[in-house]
Design a protein around this ligand. Structure first.
Ligand code: ZN
Length: 299
């Protein structure tokens, strides 16, 4: 059987990953470009897919997993449009403007929903009915996949802007979020850690008291995700989570916060099977974007 070709974009804050793949996920062509303004990026995106189509054949659909905030409601007239993003030039930019010339269906979702889908399909979330994928990096966000479909409400979830308890005696840092100050992203994302201590956790040598402080905030999110979604597994990725000891500390503190209230075989003692690192490493996003495109090609 001849497989259809899917165009995929993982749009991140620092780079775009572009790919053309067969619908089974085999990547035929891949490129990375630096994220600048849409006026600078979009012509390069179009050129990549034009060349790929000339070499491999027409593209059946596109899947985009993007930073946000972005309209991911397919029924909306502004589907695929960046909304309130503070990133210069991106508010109002729309993926359909660059991909429309190919005349193929376009699916747009968030970077974390894309990564959740990729991990569910081929990574550490295989076999889960409900999976939550959280990135703790330049920002904090969570994608939830239920039976292979990313979840949303009237918009995508914004788990990074939940405000956890903060003990000012232990952590006098007021937080770095321009909207909320000491929300999760304002306290525990990479830029917040750098603003508080001048360096990343890894650069600081992962001192236990600092690791425990950040782990407490991440564990507040982990416990909240359990209580709200009852997922079969929680995956935590992103640059901050690479700090030695952090994932282990998140497991310990999440178990303490849940305090034995939720009992299920998914919640193994120590949470070593329940709270895990991504199985696909940095490939989760583009894997999910290809799958979003494959789903769009079927509709
Ligand atoms: Zn916030």
């Amino acid at each position: 059987m001849v497989q259809r070709l899917i165009g995929a974009i993982e749009a991140g804050g620092t780079k775009f990953v572009l790919a053309v793949a067969r619908e089974d996920g085999t990547i035929l062509r891949e490129a990375r470009i630096a994220t600048r303004t849409p006026d600078e990026c979009f012509p390069e995106v179009a050129q990549f897919f034009r060349e790929a189509a000339a070499a491999h054949g027409p593209l059946a659909s596109f899947g985009v997993a993007s930073f946000g905030p972005i309209d991911i409601d397919p029924a909306s007239s502004t589907y695929g449009t960046f909304t309130t993003t503070p990133k210069p030039g991106w508010a109002g930019a729309r993926f359909h403007d660059v991909l429309g010339e190919f005349g193929a269906p376009i699916a747009v979702d968030t970077d974390v929903n894309g990564a959740a889908l990729g991990e569910w399909l081929k990574g550490a979330g295989q076999g889960c009915t409900t999976l939550a994928y959280t990135t703790v990096g330049t920002g904090i966000g969570t994608g939830v996949v239920h039976k292979g479909a990313p979840l949303m409400g009237f918009s995508h979830y914004e788990s990074g802007h939940i405000q956890p308890p903060r003990d000012a005696a232990v952590d006098p840092f007021l937080g770095a979020c321009p909207f909320h100050g000491d929300c999760l992203e304002g306290l525990a994302a990479g830029p917040a850690i750098a603003a508080r201590w001048g360096q990343s956790l890894s650069e600081l040598g992962s001192p236990p008291e600092k690791v425990e402080l950040i782990a407490g905030y991440v564990a507040h999110l982990a416990a909240s995700l359990v209580l709200l979604h009852m997922p079969d597994r929680l995956i935590f990725g992103g640059g901050v989570m690479k700090a030695p000891g952090l994932l282990q500390a998140v497991r310990r503190q999440t178990e303490r916060k849940l305090a034995g209230y939720v009992r299920a075989p998914q919640l193994d003692p120590g949470l070593e099977q329940f709270i895990v690192a991504p199985g696909l490493g940095d490939h989760a996003g583009i894997t999910g974007a290809i799958e979003l495109g494959r789903i769009a090609a079927d509709q």
